[in-house]
Design a protein around this ligand. Structure first.
Ligand SMILES: [Zn+2]
Length: 468
């Protein structure tokens, strides 16, 4: 049996400042090494000062993942030497002397399985190492410390996953949850990274590091499982080691033997006092937490009679749920939900498009009103949405400009039908013999009218002409 565990690193990108100094948490907008100070550079004599908001955000994450949250938390020094770590130690958390990190045990449900969260800890992100050219042959390595000290939450799971597919579902659930909490933007480059550890029955645990995207993680896990199985079948020992994912060659490569906790010489970070998170603070955090995705989904299903799959798609995405929540009136909620999941999603399927989209909740309400009053067809609404997305103009103006008004006039539609009957003689014969093929003729009318003909009326008139 395959066992996979994960360590997920998620930056708290919604915070103003770094974890222990007042440099910006948003390091992405700076020139290299322009978002640094004596604290995050580890200069002698500098002292860390803990970002209280980071503790609160991390505690909210722990609560959302049903983790135990201790009354007091402590920080530790994890000692190791690497050029991206200016202090030569990372300030992080450790639970070997009891629960001292922001979150203890919790779980996430993936399909019918409960994936156990072992712990959640708050720590600082190191800087970034940039290789000029391929990393194995480069002569020049650059270090950018802008990221050093950025607040990072590490979420560690038990090895409960049995397949890479389960991992992917879990990561999607987790990233939706973090986004819904309003503490992170997992879509930002480098904002969410994961290490995986994999073992097959009878073999040692292998850790895979250096994976930049969920897509690559899935590929790396697949590769690693196959590699281990092939070693096992040939009776070769699977070494306990750390491997990294070579994105270019699409394989995992051995990088070093795995360090154990004792190799890091952990000790208490005495420059930061123990932090008390009393019951009233935790109650307040819980109260201020946004509605969870699952409760949102249940509410949509119960209150508006929306199909569970549709409700889930909308509830799990912050952008879609905001559009939905601001646009529905009780009478058109179902129509709005369907418009979002059938059409809006088709055009606005990436974070970037969501950010640039000019569609507002008002547009969606107006479009549904126009469809329901038969001013436009469903098809025209789709055309209008594409234009609204780009220009953000008022719905009525767009409908006029693109001449999308529905053609409901019977004689006008009838003229077009006569023309189609002339052009498609075989299809007419087919439709007479087999009524289920009539949609072909309806489609032709739609094509001819750029989707503007009233579909119900069109079908009625065609059937009349066919003598059905
Ligand atoms: Zn700093």
């Amino acid at each position: 049996m395959t066992k996979i565990g994960l360590e997920i690193h998620c930056q708290l990108t919604k915070l103003e400042s770094k974890l222990f100094c007042s440099c910006k948490a948003n390091y992405r907008e700076f020139e290299p090494n322009h978002n640094i100070c004596p604290v995050c550079m580890g200069l002698p004599g500098s002292l860390p000062r803990l970002n209280q908001k980071a503790v609160e955000s991390a505690t909210s994450i722990a609560m959302a993942l049903s983790c135990e949250t201790p009354e007091k938390i402590a920080f530790f020094r994890k000692n190791y030497f690497y050029p991206d770590l200016p202090k030569n130690f990372q300030i992080t958390q450790l639970n070997v002397y009891g629960d001292m990190s922001v979150g203890g045990e919790g779980y996430v449900s993936v399909e019918d399985k409960k994936i156990k969260i072992r712990r959640i800890q708050l720590e600082e992100d190191p800087g970034r190492i940039i290789y000029e050219g391929a990393s194995e042959r480069t002569k020049i390595t650059l270090v950018d410390y802008n990221r050093a000290g950025t607040p990072l939450v590490e979420i560690v799971t038990d090895p409960d996953f049995e397949s890479p597919r389960q991992v992917r579902i879990f990561l999607n659930i987790l990233s939706d949850l973090l986004e819904n909490l309003g503490v992170a933007e997992p879509g930002l480059e480098g904002a969410m990274r994961a290490d995986g550890n994999v073992s097959i029955e009878g073999g040692n645990k292998v850790e895979i590091k250096n994976i930049g995207s969920f897509h690559d993680l899935e590929k790396a896990l697949h590769f690693e499982i196959t590699r281990q199985q092939s070693l096992f079948e040939r009776d070769i020992e699977i070494a306990q080691e750390t491997r990294h994912w070579d994105d270019r060659r699409k394989i995992t490569v051995s990088s070093r033997s795995k360090e154990e906790d004792q190799d890091y010489r952990y000790f208490l970070e005495n420059d930061i006092p123990w932090v008390k998170i009393d019951q009233s603070t935790r109650d307040a955090l819980k109260e201020n937490m946004p509605e969870s995705i699952s409760s949102k989904k249940d509410r949509y299903v119960e209150k508006f009679d929306i199909a569970p799959q549709v409700a889930e798609i909308i509830a799990s995405n912050r952008y879609y749920s905001k559009l939905f929540e601001n646009s529905y009136s009780n009478s058109n909620a179902k129509d709005i939900a369907n418009l979002i999941t059938t059409d809006v999603i088709g055009f606005i399927d990436t974070k970037e498009k969501q950010q640039n989209s000019k569609i507002t909740s008002q547009h969606l309400s107006d479009l549904i009103d126009a469809i329901n009053s038969k001013t436009i067809t469903r098809n025209s609404a789709k055309v209008a949405l594409q234009e609204i997305m780009k220009t953000g103009k008022d719905t009525k103006i767009i409908l006029n400009e693109l001449d999308l008004g529905q053609v409901s006039d019977s004689s006008e539609i009838d003229t077009i039908i006569s023309q189609i009957f002339e052009d498609e003689k075989q299809a007419v014969i087919d439709a007479k013999e087999r009524p289920e093929t009539v949609n072909f003729l309806v489609g032709k009318v739609m094509q001819k009218t750029n989707g503007k003909a009233d579909p119900v009326k069109t079908l009625e008139l065609i059937k009349l002409k066919l003598g059905q």
